[in-house]
Design a protein. Structure first.
Length: 110
């Protein structure tokens, strides 16, 4: 986007004043304001329509994602429950930890 400073705006204003004259300047700026207002209204309507279409088309995917999160949370809870049960069983049976168990090598006559 061009970087327009105060000096450039003053030059543009002087050129408009010379070309249009003081009689037609208010009418010109009025038209310019109406065009800007029309453009803002159009952009607002378009962005609203785009937002509604996007939300309408993404809502099924959001529903599926919600269901997947529920199933994932249930599976996680089940895995954690199973892990805690296995930990409790290990504590009750007091089996040696896997690092303490010596690796059994097959004998030569097996």
């Amino acid at each position: 986007m061009p970087d327009i400073g105060l000096f450039e705006l003053l030059v543009i204003g002087v050129i408009l004043f010379v070309v249009l004259g003081p009689e037609r300047m208010p009418e010109f700026f009025g038209q310019l304001g109406r065009i800007a207002r029309h453009g803002r209204n159009w952009w607002s309507k378009m962005s609203g329509e785009i937002s509604s279409e996007v939300s309408k088309n993404t809502s099924p995917f959001q529903d599926i994602a919600g269901e997947m999160h529920e199933h994932f949370d249930q599976a996680r809870a089940e895995v954690e429950r199973s892990a805690s049960q296995l930990t409790a069983i290990d504590e009750v049976t007091e089996e040696p930890a896997p690092s303490e168990v010596k690796e059994r090598r097959p004998s030569s006559h097996e």
